[in-house]
Design a protein around this ligand. Sequence first.
Ligand SMILES: *[C@@H]1O[C@H](CO)[C@@H](O)[C@H](O)[C@H]1NC(C)=O
Length: 283
Amino acid sequence: MASSSSSLLPCLLTLFLFMKISLATNFYQATEITWGNGRGQILNNGDLLTLSLDKTSGSGFQSKNEYLYAKIDMDIKLVPGNSAGTVTAYYLSSQGSTHDEIDFEFLGNLSGDPYTLHTNVFTQGKGNREQQFRLWFDPTVNFHKYSVVWNPQHIIFLVDDTPIRDFKNHESQGIAFPKNQPMRMYSSLWDAEDWATRGGLVKTDWSQAPFKASYQNFNENACVWSSGSSSCGSSNSQPWFNQELDTANQAAMKSVQEKYMIYNYCTDVKRFSQGLPPECSLP
Ligand SMILES: *[C@@H]1O[C@H](CO)[C@@H](O)[C@H](O)[C@H]1NC(C)=O
């Protein structure tokens, strides 16, 4: 008995280690490449996904699952070098003209110039809630983790686990919040030279093509939507489902916003000359 259990232990440890490592979803199992005619590829047994863009086409992929509330994480390494004109989009979206959408978009730049991280929230087909940031690292050298927490009370955007934006549920004040249209994760790499870099002044340098972005460690902690109902039911004990920012996280977010936010729709009185959107004056 003793000898068999002692030989079992290393096995179990290896198994647990393996389970921990394989927590991230396999791209083969969890996603499908939807366009780009071979420009999107799943590699390393499903641990790595790459998208590429050349003059003919970009590429994209999406989650197989649809979610009604989720926390999703993705490690992304963005297009290096002269990436001006390219946009890497990573977002959750439902379908149709009154869709809900939660966006991360990374706008490339000339070599050595910083990316813009663009965020937006659409509810019932209406967006116009842009906030843009610089990053506090070069996002093209290493993988960094970009996460969305979407639960009944909050939409929280995080970069390497630091919250950068918190869109709260203010339905009680008449502001729509995404809560009944299931969303999928989508990501794509495409050319937006007509607007992305300094309003289209800087064009994509196609001599640098193909442009490539890489993905790993996709995690979907989600209420999966299937045949008209959610896997979570009414009670949900997963921590992200009730997640909100504690004092420390609120301070961290405030500090990022002070240092790195470069555009905030809530302060753009020129654009909203008829009055800022209602959520802008709420706590
Ligand atoms: C590119 O870098 C310049 C110079 O820092 C900056 O003004 C511009 O906003 C950047 N463009 C994008 C798309 O991030």
